[in-house]
Write a protein that binds this ligand. Structure first.
Ligand SMILES: Nc1ncnc2c1ncn2[C@@H]1O[C@H](COP(=O)(O)OP(=O)(O)OP(=O)(O)O)[C@@H](O)[C@H]1O
Ligand SMILES: [Mg+2]
Ligand SMILES: [Mg+2]
Length: 591
């Protein structure tokens, strides 16, 4: 906030200060220059008041703009219904490509992991890599799909340099998984108008090949890295059941969390492991239904498709922009054309890439070189039982009686660092619990809450401040558990705990107990007499304030004396709760 204010103030200041720094060309005489300066200074003085006013007016105008935008969005929401369906392409966590034995590693030298079939050399044949099925099946099961016992591969024809065969191998007619769903809750960030839960159906999940990676060198060159070609992907297709941009973004975020948690993928959107295409249409509420239909859902408006979105924010922003564009077109009497559109980060408009070819143009046909996939029920059911805990169950566990966390702490623990933060947190909690096995459940919950605060906010704060990425090694789980334990047992104060955490974070590798002893940080509890003496000393500084507190019962003012006690008392020895108790007693005569 401060930065945006200073930026605005700076630009306003530089505008008004222009006359002061004006040195008129061709005015050699000092007198004339002086007179110009005097004049400028005077006009600057005159400008000073308007500047403040101007800033106020600018802020008011921004507020007004926001209000109008909100109003017009609400008006268009009432007039038009938005519909969104999403296609997610996720790179599977496997070592081999879909139809060759070339490795999938993306960190290698470009074009070093490529088999003849990946480049569509004449005569080369596909060899389906069975291992690729496992992450695909885990994903389908985690998305509540019905796995098909028989599925097939099809060729989708198109010509582009990133696909050497002239067709992509995908599953069009008979995908390996159908009829799933994903549940979205308020804590997933869905729009308020969607209430506290919606379910988005998944039409199907299909296996397919990735394309080569292109790198543009404008104006005329493009380099291709075929290491990515034929990397196994799954495409997850949702039904057109989403009606707000925020819920669409929440859906992609949730799908990513589910895919990461079940071990289907290794990286999320940030690292390019997941890409989303959003299909957007609108229709006027209360009027004749639209002419389009999709898989049994009819009455839809004409969709456009925005391809290759690589962040949750891009998903939300692109849908807002496309919805607004479609409303503007229809309100001005135009027609929405089925097209593929693009989105650039930071932009406010989608841009047309090409007219959407109808499905028939892809000339889908069953691939004659690849036999059908036949899956045994036993494989599917054994995978089902070995699925890791789903994100929603994790939320339920962390906010349940065992941990007692707030949803605001549970969510980031689950989501941060692809699950590594949660693993670390659970290690800390397990260590704490193993050190205090006989504690009652309430004490365990208190420790779990305390640990969450230290993992997220204290350690998290240090990471943010120093711009470090996550590593469980920086502060080993054992060290954090020891620190939390010492604090919980009141062997150290909160400020000492923070100081020790910072020291470990910066590389002090001594065990916490040794560090506390060697640095003389263990709390030497103050006696009651010491507390009373310290409290009397600070109360004597402001007797009139003590009187006021007594007369007007202004208890809030006791905080000032407490602060003084913490400041004046011996470092690391004053416990806030005890100091507060003694202050109350001395000021109000109560215990
Ligand atoms: N009228 C519509 N409005 C909004 N979304 C729609 C509409 N019709 C279809 N969709 C959504 O568009 C997506 C269509 O995906 P699908 O993979 O079936 O076809 P496609 O986009 O033609 O294929 P691809 O892009 O993979 O070549 C689905 O998510 C579906 O829910
Ligand atoms: Mg598709
Ligand atoms: Mg599509």
């Amino acid at each position: 906030m401060l930065r945006s204010w200073s930026k605005g103030a700076y630009s306003a200041l530089s505008r008004t200060s222009r006359p002061v720094s004006l040195h008129p060309r061709g005015v050699p005489s000092g007198a004339t220059r002086r007179s110009v300066q005097i004049q400028s200074a005077a006009s600057a003085a005159a400008d000073r008041v308007p500047l403040r006013k101007q800033l106020k007016q600018e802020a008011k105008a921004i507020r007004e703009q926001k209000r109008l935008r909100k109003e017009s969005e609400e008006a268009s929401r009432q007039a038009w219904e938005l519909t969104v369906g999403i296609e997610i392409h996720a790179q599977l966590d496997t070592e081999a490509k879909l139809f060759s034995r070339a490795p999938t590693s993306t960190s290698h030298v470009p074009n070093s992991n490529v088999a003849l079939f990946d480049l569509a050399f004449p005569g080369s044949q596909p060899e389906f890599q069975v291992a690729t099925l496992l992450p695909a099946l885990r994903a389908a099961l985690a998305l509540n799909c019905q796995v098909q016992t028989v599925s097939r591969f099809d060729r989708k024809h198109y010509f582009y340099q990133d696909q050497p065969a002239g067709y992509q191998i995908t599953q069009y007619y008979e995908p390996f998984a159908r009829h799933g769903f994903v549940d979205l809750y308020d804590y997933d960030g869905i729009a308020p108008e969607d209430g506290d839960h919606i379910r988005v159906d998944i039409k199907q999940v299909q296996l397919e090949q990735d394309t080569a990676k292109s790198q543009e060198y404008p104006p005329a060159s493009q380099l291709l890295d075929f290491n990515r070609v034929s990397h196994p992907l799954i495409e997850i297709i949702t039904m057109p059941q989403i009606h707000t941009p925020a819920t669409a973004a929440a859906c992609v975020r949730k799908l990513q969390a589910i895919l990461l948690s079940c071990g289907a993928v290794t990286t999320g959107m940030e690292l390019g492991g997941l890409r989303a295409d959003v299909n957007v249409s609108i229709r006027r509420r209360g009027e004749a239904p639209g002419q389009c239909q999709y898989d049994g859902v009819s009455g839809l408006g004409q969709r456009t498709e925005i391809k290759n979105l690589s962040s949750f924010k891009a998903v939300e922003d692109a849908i807002v922009a496309e919805k607004n564009r479609q409303i503007a077109v229809l309100e001005s009497g135009g027609v929405i054309e089925g097209e593929t559109r693009g989105w650039t980060i930071g932009s406010t408009e989608t841009r047309r890439l090409r007219g959407k070819e109808g499905a028939v143009d892809y000339r889908y046909m069953p691939d004659p070189d690849i036999p059908s996939l036949i899956l045994g029920e036993d494989l599917v059911s054994s995978l089902k039982t070995s699925l890791p805990t789903a994100p929603d169950s994790l939320v339920a566990q962390l906010t349940g009686p065992g941990f007692g966390l707030s949803i605001d702490d549970a969510k980031p623990l689950i989501e941060l660092d692809d699950g590594a933060r949660l693993e670390y947190y659970l290690d800390v909690v397990e260590t704490l619990r193993s050190q205090t096995p006989d504690r009652d459940p309430e004490a365990h919950v208190a420790l779990a809450r305390m640990a969450a605060n230290w993992v997220l906010h204290e350690l998290g704060g240090l990471l943010t401040k120093t711009d470090h990425s996550w590593s469980a090694q920086v502060v080993p789980a054992q060290a954090l558990a020891d620190l939390v334990q010492s604090l919980n047992e009141k062997r150290i104060t909160g400020s000492v705990a923070k100081q020790v955490l910072a020291a470990i974070f910066e590389g002090d590798s001594r065990p916490v107990s040794r560090l506390l002893e060697e640095e003389n940080l263990l709390l030497r509890p103050m006696s009651r007499e010491e507390y009373v003496a310290l409290a009397e000393e600070v109360l004597a500084q402001r007797p009139e304030m003590v009187e006021q507190i007594r007369r007007k019962n202004q208890l809030g003012k006791i905080g000032w004396f407490l602060g003084q006690m913490m400041r004046l008392g011996e470092k690391g020895r004053v416990e806030a709760s005890k100091a507060q108790e003694v202050l109350h007693e001395l000021i109000l005569g109560k215990q």
